[in-house]
Write a new protein. Structure first.
Length: 111
């Protein structure tokens, strides 16, 4: 199985991996701490999960917890997650770059 075969969802301190073609739940995980708000970032070979002030890294193929950080002093709420290894695929980035280049060329030729 490849990462491209998976999709992930999270809510109420729970995360599940589903097969993208069948919707079958392949694994599920429940955070040992935190409640309600769950944010996800597929960071290369890790699924980063924020649950209301707690951070976790999971193996995206198995759901095994790799690490936890209580983020002491940061508070709670919905997290913003960013990484250079994030889940934006290269073809999406290439399409965005091509669109920006085309827009710049149109602007330049209009002048």
């Amino acid at each position: 199985m490849h990462l491209s075969d998976l999709l992930f969802t999270g809510f109420n301190k729970r995360v599940a991996a589903l097969h993208r073609d069948t919707g079958e739940i392949l694994w599920q995980w429940k955070a040992p701490a935190g409640c309600i708000y769950t944010s996800l970032l597929l960071d290369g070979d890790r699924l980063i999960v924020s649950v209301d002030g707690y951070m976790y890294a999971l193996d995206p193929f198995t759901g095994r917890q790799l690490w936890m950080n209580e983020m002491v002093g940061f508070g709670t709420g919905v997290a913003s997650l960013v990484s250079v290894h994030g889940s934006s695929s290269s073809h999406v980035l290439a399409a965005a770059a091509a669109a920006a280049a085309a827009a710049a060329a149109t602007t330049t030729s209009a002048i």
